[in-house]
Design a protein around this ligand. Sequence first.
Ligand code: UD1
Length: 354
Amino acid sequence: MRILSVVGARPQFVKLAPVAAAASAAGVEHVVVHTGQHYDEKMSQSFFDTLQIPAPDVNLGIGSGSHAAQTGAMMAGLEPVFERYAPDWVLAYGDTNSTLASAVCATKLHLPLAHLEAGLRSFNRRMPEEHNRVLTDHAADLCLAPTEVAVGHLTREGLADRTVLVGDVMTDVVLRVAKAVAAEPVESPIGVGDTGYVLATIHRPDNTDERDRLAAIVEALARLDRRVYLAAHPRLVSRAEAFGIDLQAGSITVVSPLSYPQLVQALGGAAAVATDSGGLQKEAFLLGVPTTTVRTETEWVETLVDGWNVLTPDPADLAAALGRPAPTAERSAPYGDGTAAVRTVETLRSRRRP
Ligand code: UD1
């Protein structure tokens, strides 16, 4: 069996790591295609290096662009690659423009398409990620869902017969890496002895692309009475520069995007997380760090139980939310037991078209 994975953006490299390991352990041929959506060393290569992911077989080098220009260029680049490899499964990950491009391209070529992390919904149609995930789920032959909630969404949309609950592959990685950095700390701009800080990331267009909103978020973080490490995504840096907003203000210490082991290690010393990232909300939940999400909704609703994660769209409420005491309630395990990637490869094998 031949699986062809399409990845392009930072969270997809994290999800690829356990899938590549599981495919290799199962003796399954696995072709990796990188669209080039993320290209900075710290947004791409660092993940392949630190998570021991084999180098991509193909890198399309597409880079940035408007949604149509970026997605269209990816489709044009993917078509001959899909034809050349004729895989048993095209495996698309998550919700980026790379996901949508691979879904449309596989569908047009009549190649079986599986969508990993299927069924997530924010129900916010302003988000490009929401368009990408809904369209990909409905194009897919197989929806690999991370949670019961995701299965429920797919069922309500009439996709139950092509849905399988496999668990969350990001959980596989975060648990493994947390153990590794506890045993052997990694060098990082945030030292291991440093504790009690807020770890912050902000990169969603809804938070970065309008001057007043971005300024209000940065100001709220700068005014906190604790140190804030802001791991700055290139979108945040470029928008802040364009708007003349100084990120390095007050309590904020700006650090460049962290490698995955650095990020997991930084969660170990954090008293709280402020973010609009999907993945970080879940990683913080799994490692027991209270999180404040700077959005009106979350796809990972399980993190909200008992106040481990709190939605705080208004920057004026950030200080109070970040200052709340850590919940004492036990966390449940809605994201699986760390074996989702093995289940993913098994499912692809058992559902392969003859
Ligand atoms: C993308 C995904 C989002 C995911 C995020 C993780 C889409 C629509 N969004 O958002 O789901 O959560 O990745 O990071 O696919 N840039 C660089 N260097 C890079 C990458 C990006 O400088 O290596 C800059 C470019 O100026 C680009 C901007 O960042 O215009 C945004 O990148 P883009 O690919 O549009 O989306 P992300 O915001 O990263």
